[in-house]
Ligand binder design. Structure first.
Ligand SMILES: [Fe+2]
Ligand SMILES: [Fe+2]
Length: 260
């Protein structure tokens, strides 16, 4: 079976990129997962925007550290089984840390989301322990399991790849918004990439208006995050997975840019 993972959708340009690029893959893949933590104006998500993303052919939306940024998320995150927030938030907040859905070819797929802890200002539970436990309880239920591991530090993401190798189908890194060139099938059959990259405006600082972010570095003053405009890039990862064993057979990064 084939699966497409779309990197963090940032604001309006990110949604335009999905609308433009997804149709060429949708027919060839069994399931599409996209990270939507930056989909609403650069931070967070609302029901209207989630619905727009599902409507464009995304089956499951994953989130990250920006999950709670739009208060409207609380209106629907508990009720929907097509959006997952990081599993390792303490004390079981609203929403679900994983979901299991049926791919178009008839294979059940579990999608999980977890956040790294290195350089994350929020004190989350240990993702290694939390994922150990979750994978143990999934072992008898689903073979095909995809994890969006949302982290700042490359080393933590690479370490997670090796720690979980052989226990799930693929680990897709997100959050740093720049696609890495290290897609690989690890020795025990788990597909891995450190970062899928973001789907959003490329004339920006990782999707945000560049002047605001540059001045933040110059002045050391807080400034708001605002999604940039302009031409988009579409960053994704295409995987082929054996539905019987759950092993990843191939993993390749995809990157497309709109002509300016
Ligand atoms: Fe992001
Ligand atoms: Fe993030």
């Amino acid at each position: 079976m084939k699966l497409l993972f779309v990197g963090d959708i940032v604001g309006r340009p990110g949604r335009a990129a999905v609308r433009e690029c997804l149709p060429q893959y949708r027919g060839q893949v069994d399931l599409v997962v996209a990270n939507g933590e930056n989909a609403a104006g650069g931070t967070g998500i609302t029901f209207e925007i989630a619905d727009e993303i599902w409507g464009m052919g995304v089956d499951v939306i994953t989130m990250g550290n920006h999950v709670w940024d739009k208060k409207e998320v609380f209106e629907f995150i508990d009720d929907s089984d097509r959006i997952v927030r990081p599993l390792n938030y303490p004390r079981n907040p609203p929403g679900h840390g994983l979901c299991t859905v049926l791919g178009s070819g008839g294979t059940m797929v579990t999608v999980m989301n977890a956040c790294g802890r290195v350089f994350n200002p929020v004190l989350l539970d240990d993702p290694f322990q939390v994922l150990d436990k979750a994978l143990e309880s999934l072992a008898a239920k689903t073979r095909v399991i995809i994890l969006d591991f949302h982290g700042e530090a490359t080393s933590e993401k690479v370490a997670m790849g090796h720690y979980l190798d052989g226990r799930l189908s693929a680990i897709i890194g997100t959050h740093t918004h720049v696609q890495t060139n290290d897609a690989v099938v690890l020795p025990k059959g788990t597909g891995y990439i450190t970062d899928a990259g973001m789907t959003g405006p490329y004339d920006s600082v990782i999707g945000m208006k560049k002047d605001l972010i540059v001045s933040r570095f110059l002045n050391q003053m807080p400034s708001r995050f605002e999604a940039a405009g302009g031409p988009w890039q579409f960053n994704a990862v295409l995987m082929e997975i054996d539905p019987l064993s759950g092993r990843c057979l191939s993993i390749n990064n995809i990157s497309q840019r709109q002509n300016a």
